[in-house]
Each structure stands twice: as structure tokens, then as C-alpha cells.
Design a binder for this molecule. Structure first.
Ligand code: GGG
Length: 359
């Protein structure tokens, strides 16, 4: 027997339901390893970073945390955010620190209908929807530039400035990424989303770059749409979309809308990619830590398990990725569903059904 292909995975469950869904994803990957007849092995290292770590150490992850992650082949993340820590502190202290520290500039968020799941957009199991929201993940509204100053707090004299940063390099790389992705799909179309009528510098640079890059892809249909109009289009003409590329904030909002239209935020998977592979990429469900249901064992594990499938694809295991995706679809088709998508099954039951459906 040949030696197994080993993959070093860093697991960061972090906060709330993050611990539950990472455990679910790991169980599915353990099952993939077990059925590989020794061909594939995942070497896990789990990090206890997040809001509980902050309570003890005053930071969400250690100063040298990125060094600890650097040697891994991928990072499997849960969710960050807990009521004891201000949301901007936890987000910037962990998720964004990793995304920006490892230049994971492409955040891929597929939005599809799963069998048996209905939604505000899908009343019956007879329509299809297949989009990928491509989120610029390194700059834009999340550049982190700004400050609060002037006037003592309490006298209403304070001023806050939050600047967006759009670089031509940053715009071009994510737009090219979207076009390259569109070329691999049946519906070869890229919709670019900005609010460039109001954001007259950075988002006009984005639009100009989009037009310039589009000229290199004459085989791909294009459109440039303002974010308000795109929100309406998501609801009214979903069949007209394929790849949707947008800035950090706009894409975050649109992908939540997309996953709600597909049935639940709990279904949405994502990959934070460093496409040059200089650093590890990170895979996580789109949803947050959901403190209202954390610890009850009822959250939907499909977003996290779908993210594990994206990780398998990234690691060069496309057959295993397809197997996991097919097992998710078989499970929802059987009606084994958590309560956010109208079912009664708990997290464990859905996870075990997916494992059983791996065959
Ligand atoms: N698993 C995703 C997650 O933990 N998200 C937390 C969050 O607040 N994200 C906001 C953002 O990344 O824009």
C-alpha cells in the first residue's frame, strides 16, 4: 500500500455554534479518510481561539497565531462573535486578522437550491438556482482605515471617519478571478456590483477596471449593476445571474440575501482563498456564531460541511468534494433537515445522515 496523502488542517471552531459545526465537518472528513483505504489522511491541529480566549488573554488569538497557522495546508473555521466581546473587536481580532494576514483576497460564496428545501424564492422543488458570489476580501470597505476623534465622548462632538480603499491591483485581481470562474460555468456571465453613482472614487475605479478586464473575456456576458438594483434582481430575476462580483461589504450583504433566498443562512458555504497559494486558505460557513441557539445541538451543519467540500476541492481531492456535496443533496432530499429549513432533525442527525449518504 502506498503512503497516504497527508493534509495538515488547522481547526478554529471559535465561538457559539462554530464549535458544533466544525465538529460536524470534522466527522464528515473523518468518514472521508476512513473510506479512502489509506490514501488520504487529515492531520488536525485545533486552536482554542475566539471570545473565550479573549476573556483570558485580552486578545482573540496569540500575537504569533499566524505563524502557528502558516505551515498548515488549510484552515477550517467555525464562527466568530459573542455577546461578551464587541463585534468589531472579535471580527478584527480573528477572522479578518487571518483573511488579511494571509492575503485571502477571494471569498467564494456559492448559492444553490438544495433538493427538498423551499424558500421565499422557491415554493416547490422544481426550480434551480446556481450563483457564485465572489467577494473582494482584502480591502474596500474593510480596509480598516479611519478613526474617532474630536470632542469628548458624551458631548456629541465626536467624529468618526471610515475610509474605503480600492486599489487597481485589488480590483483587477478579483474581477479577473470572477471572469476565470465564469468561464468554467454553463452560464458564462459576470455581474459586477457597486454603488458608483454615490461612491464616486473607489467604486468608479472598480467600474473602470471591470470594463477594461471584460475586454479580455469577449466570450463572457457582462453587466454592471448598482447594489440596490442588484438586491431587487436577486429576488425578481434570479435566473439571470451566474457569477456576481462585488466589494467586501456589498458582497457580504448580497450573499446573506442569496442564502436566505436559497432557504437559510445555515446552508451557505464559503472559501477564503489566497489563489497564489503563498499562504493557507480558510474555509468556513457564511453564518456567524448564532448565540441564540448555541449549545442546543440544533444548528444547521450544512454550511460548514459544504465548506469542507470546498476545502477538499482546494486540496486537490475533487472526487471526495463531489461525494460530500452529493451526500448533502441526498440528505436534504430525504427530508433530514434542521429546523431553520423546516425540519425537526438536530445537528447530529443531519451530520450522521450525510455520513451515511457518502456510501
Ligand atoms: N463564519 C463566518 C463568521 O464567523 N462571520 C462573523 C462575522 O461577523 N462576519 C462578518 C464579516 O466577515 O463581514
Amino acid at each position: 500500500m502506498t503512503a497516504p496523502q497527508k493534509f495538515r488542517i488547522a481547526a478554529i471552531p471559535a465561538d457559539g455554534v462554530g464549535t458544533e459545526v466544525v465538529a460536524a465537518g470534522r466527522a464528515v472528513l473523518d468518514a472521508i479518510e476512513a473510506r479512502s483505504d489509506g490514501r488520504v489522511a487529515f492531520e488536525w491541529q485545533e486552536f482554542d481561539w475566539g471570545s473565550a480566549y479573549y476573556a483570558e488573554h485580552g486578545m482573540l488569538m496569540p500575537e504569533d497565531g499566524l505563524d502557528a497557522l502558516r505551515e498548515h495546508d488549510a484552515i477550517y473555521f467555525g464562527a466568530v462573535g459573542w455577546p461578551t466581546v464587541p463585534d468589531h473587536v472579535s471580527l478584527w481580532g480573528l477572522r479578518l486578522k487571518i483573511c488579511q494576514g494571509f492575503d485571502q483576497w477571494a471569498n467564494i460564496r456559492p448559492v444553490t437550491f438544495l433538493p427538498g428545501i423551499t424558500s421565499p424564492l422557491r415554493k416547490a422543488d422544481d426550480t434551480e438556482l446556481d450563483w457564485v458570489v465572489v467577494r473582494e476580501n482584502s480591502e474596500g470597505e474593510y480596509a480598516g482605515f479611519g478613526g474617532r476623534n474630536f470632542g469628548a465622548r458624551g458631548d456629541k462632538g465626536e467624529v468618526a471617519v471610515q475610509s474605503s480603499v480600492f486599489t487597481e491591483v485589488g480590483c483587477e485581481r478579483i474581477i479577473r478571478f470572477a471572469f476565470d470562474l465564469a468561464r468554467t460555468r454553463a452560464h458564462k456571465k459576470v455581474s459586477s456590483v457597486t454603488k458608483s453613482n454615490a461612491q464616486q472614487y473607489g467604486m468608479v475605479l472598480w467600474d473602470d477596471t471591470f470594463r477594461r478586464v471584460a475586454a479580455d473575456y469577449p466570450d463572457v456576458e457582462t453587466e454592471s449593476v448598482l447594489v440596490d438594483a442588484m438586491s431587487a434582481k436577486f429576488v425578481l430575476h434570479p435566473e439571470d445571474l451566474s457569477v456576481v462580483v462585488a466589494s467586501n461589504l456589498n458582497a457580504d450583504i448580497l450573499s446573506d440575501l442569496g442564502s436566505a433566498l436559497a432557504g437559510s443562512l445555515g446552508l451557505a458555504a464559503s472559501a477564503n482563498l489566497n489563489p497564489q497559494r503563498h499562504y493557507p486558505s480558510m474555509f468556513e460557513p457564511v453564518h456567524g456564531s448564532a448565540p441564540d441557539i448555541a449549545g442546543q445541538g440544533v444548528c444547521n451543519p450544512i454550511g460548514a460541511i459544504g465548506s469542507a467540500a470546498l476545502m477538499l476541492e482546494h486540496l486537490g481531492l475533487p472526487d471526495e468534494a463531489k461525494l460530500v456535496q452529493a451526500a448533502i443533496e441526498a440528505t436534504t432530499a430525504q427530508g433530514v433537515r434542521t429546523r431553520d429549513v423546516g425540519g425537526t432533525a438536530n445537528t447530529e442527525a443531519v451530520t450522521q445522515a450525510i455520513i451515511a449518504n457518502l456510501g
